[in-house]
Every structure is written in structure tokens, then in C-alpha cells.
Write a protein that binds this ligand. Structure first.
Ligand code: DX5
Ligand code: ZN
Length: 219
């Protein structure tokens, strides 16, 4: 069964505690927090105080997705705010190996994210140093966008690379995941599903999380 990481970007932010309590009661495994700086991506979202507030309420580990330039300036603050996984974009790091090492030395689990245009082959040498690869299945910045179909090929290529190197790196997908494509994604090798709209725009978010957790390939 996949790990489910609901993205609170699409939650009712005027009642964030309700969203976190719902996640606590659900079959979700992690909480996905999208940090955007208005520079790397067009949108601005959460900073450290919000991550800290979520940490106080959440019984599940925080899966923090940084969409910010020069992310290394803030690793320590995210550690102090309670991040468990810290995932940084390949496109934002000049010295990715150093950044990944720093995240691990601080006691967090490092992940690397690829934008839709970035080939998975670029991760060949960094793969043994990271716990997770996040394949963006939309262009980062907003919830509720349409899933990019060519992502399946990337997932399969990445899965192949991971097994060739004898690793057990997690493959995460983020963007446009719904109850129809979730099963196909898991079948292609995905370990972690991020879902914003599918969870928080549902009339029954707990049930939507359960359906993602137990997703099946559509016949
Ligand atoms: C987009 C974010 C996603 C977003 C996904 O840049 O990284 O985590 O919340 O939202 P949905 O699942 O609605 O596409
Ligand atoms: Zn995200």
C-alpha cells in the first residue's frame, strides 16, 4: 500500500487545526507542506511559524516540500520547526550533494524533487545519498492542476535506476493525483502519493484518503 501524504495547500487555511485533526484520524501517513517563496514559483505559501503550528497538532511526520531559491539558507530553521522529510528541488541547488549531506547531518531525511522538464538521469550519482525522489506531475506552484501524462515514463525510468543500484529510495508523486490515476501510479512503482485537491475538495476527506491508500488499478 502506498504512503499517503495529504497536501494542506488546498485545506481550509482559516481552520488549519481542523485539517490536521482530520489527517490525524485518517489513514494518512504523513502531512505534506508546500513552502513557496514567490521567486522559484509564482506563489507564496507557508513559513516557519506555520510549519511549527502544524508540528504541534500533527501526530504524523511532516513531509516538507521546499519550492524556494537557495534552500540551504533555511535548513536549520526547518529542522527546528519540525520537518521530518526535507525535499529540495534539483533546479534550485548548485551544490546538491552538499545540501543533501547537510539535511542528513541535521537529522532530517533528504529528498530531491524534479520539475516536469528535468530528466531522472540527472539523479544517477546522488541517488545513493537520498531517501526519496519526488517527481512533480504538474508544474509546481498551485494545487488543482492537471496531471502530466508523460510522468509515467519518468517513474518507470527512475524505478529502473533505483533497482539497478540496489537501493530502496522512495518514489513520491505530487500534482494532479486522483482516485483514477492513483492505482496506475502505484502500479508504475510509486511509493508515496501526495494529494491536495483529491482530499480537501472531497465531501469526505477521510474516505478520500482511505480510497487513495487502498487504490486499485482501474479495469
Ligand atoms: C504544487 C504542490 C502540491 C499541491 C498538489 O506545487 O507541490 O503539493 O498541493 O495539489 P493537487 O493534489 O491538488 O494537485
Ligand atoms: Zn508539494
Amino acid at each position: 500500500m502506498p504512503i499517503i501524504s495529504p497536501s494542506i495547500l488546498t485545506a481550509d487555511l482559516s481552520n488549519l487545526s481542523l485539517a490536521i485533526e482530520m489527517i490525524n484520524r485518517s489513514e494518512a501517513d504523513w502531512v505534506h507542506i508546500d513552502v513557496m517563496d514567490g521567486v522559484f514559483v509564482p506563489n507564496i505559501t507557508f513559513g516557519f511559524p506555520v510549519v511549527e503550528a502544524v508540528k504541534k497538532l500533527s501526530k504524523k511526520p511532516l513531509d516538507v516540500h521546499l519550492m524556494i531559491v537557495n534552500p540551504e539558507r533555511h535548513f536549520e530553521s526547518f529542522k527546528n520547526a519540525g520537518a521530518h522529510y526535507l525535499t529540495i528541488h534539483y533546479e534550485t541547488c548548485q551544490h546538491l550533494h552538499r545540501s543533501v549531506q547537510q539535511i542528513r547531518e541535521m537529522g532530517m531525511k533528504p529528498g530531491v524533487v524534479l520539475n516536469p522538464h528535468t530528466p531522472v538521469q540527472l539523479l544517477h550519482d546522488i541517488l545513493p545519498c537520498i531517501d526519496m525522489v519526488l517527481i512533480m506531475t504538474v508544474n509546481p506552484g498551485f494545487g488543482g492542476q492537471k496531471f502530466i501524462q508523460s510522468s509515467y515514463t519518468k517513474i518507470k525510468e527512475l524505478k529502473e535506476m533505483i533497482s539497478q543500484q540496489g537501493l530502496n529510495t522512495l518514489i513520491q508523486v505530487d500534482g494532479g493525483v486522483n482516485l483514477v490515476n492513483a492505482g496506475l501510479l502505484v502500479d508504475s512503482g510509486v511509493d508515496v502519493i501526495v494529494a491536495g485537491n483529491t482530499v480537501f475538495s472531497s465531501a469526505d476527506p477521510i474516505e478520500a484518503i482511505s480510497q487513495l491508500k487502498h487504490c486499485r488499478i482501474p479495469s
